[in-house]
Design a protein around this ligand. Structure first.
Ligand code: SF4
Length: 294
């Protein structure tokens, strides 16, 4: 199976600007941060622009809140931008600017969890380590005949993951599985006829497809989740002249309708505190001016 998958990856693996034969660890860190909850097509567009602005860990560590929030345009979840800068800062201060080749040291950095730590070890440094994201977990469960990924315990997945990846080829193997998960072995559709794992898979052509989960009720306003409104507010500020606005103009500009007392209360009591807590805005209550955090 190893030869089959590695050969398939060398011929059919997806091409992204952050995939190179000898990747720079800094580039891997940036791409893995961006890949948390953002689509690859959007990242492919923004990644080169971001790297041109912050070409290395030192330049990133020195970025002000405003600089990093502006550079994060189009990537969503703006507080990730600040965590990434904080992570760069910690690397400069605690590791002399070198991204550590140590799983536990990576885990102690802001915004880095078990998946990202193992991805950096594997993709940036070529270490022998298993990498498990939700797509790989689903593939491993299905390879073992568990159509529903929750039926295979995390412990069993981890033990299977450790045994199955070809030593010395962790990076190629796991990136191949990510591509297979994105293109064939999807959560709500399994294209087994096209999948290179077909002949090794206990679930091939017999996959029980999970129904789409109904999203739990997210706090919303005017039927749109508050997190989308928060993103729109930052986007609105990014597009103003000096990245600031009178709070009423901002609210009107974002809602696009005449605003009433309910909108005002929601904005002041829910949205502004959340954006301040995330360090994304500064609110001057004496002038009612809201700006992107400096
Ligand atoms: S054969 Fe089907 S179920 Fe098995 S890994 Fe491929 S797409 Fe998934």
């Amino acid at each position: 199976m190893h030869h089959l998958i590695l050969d398939w990856f060398s011929r059919k693996g997806r091409v992204f600007p952050w995939r190179y034969d000898s990747p720079d660890p800094y580039h891997v860190l940036i791409s893995e941060y961006m890949l948390q909850q953002t689509q690859t097509t959007r990242i492919a567009e923004r990644y080169p622009i971001f790297l041109a602005k912050f070409p290395n860990i030192l330049s990133l560590s020195k970025a002000s809140n405003q600089e990093i929030i502006l550079a994060w345009q189009g990537l969503g979840y703006n507080n990730r931008a600040l965590r990434l800068r904080d992570c760069a800062n910690a690397i400069v201060n605690m590791h002399e600017g070198k991204i550590p080749v140590d799983y536990h040291a990576l885990l102690s950095l802001p915004g880095i969890g078990p998946y990202t730590a193992s991805a950096i070890m594997s993709f940036a440094y070529g270490c022998d380590i298993s990498v498990i994201d939700v797509n790989i977990r689903r593939i491993y469960a299905r390879l073992n005949g568990y159509s529903h990924l929750d039926k295979m315990s995390i412990k069993s997945i981890e033990s299977f993951a450790e045994q199955i990846y070809p030593k010395g080829k962790s990076s190629e193997w796991h990136q191949a599985l990510m591509d297979i998960g994105a293109q064939f072995c999807k959560a709500h559709q399994a294209l087994c006829a096209l999948c290179p794992l077909q002949e090794h898979c206990a679930s091939a052509f017999n996959v029980w497809i999970e129904k789409k989960k109904v999203k739990r009720n997210e706090p919303s306003h005017r039927n749109i989740p508050n997190r989308i409104w928060r993103g729109r507010i930052i986007e609105f500020l990014r597009n103003t002249n000096e990245y600031l606005s009178d709070s009423s103009d901002l609210l009107r500009g974002v809602l696009g309708v005449s605003i009433d007392d309910k909108d005002q209360t929601w904005f002041e009591e829910t949205i502004v505190p959340a954006l301040k807590k995330d360090r994304l805005i500064h609110y001057d209550s004496s002038t009612n001016v809201i700006s992107i955090s400096q």
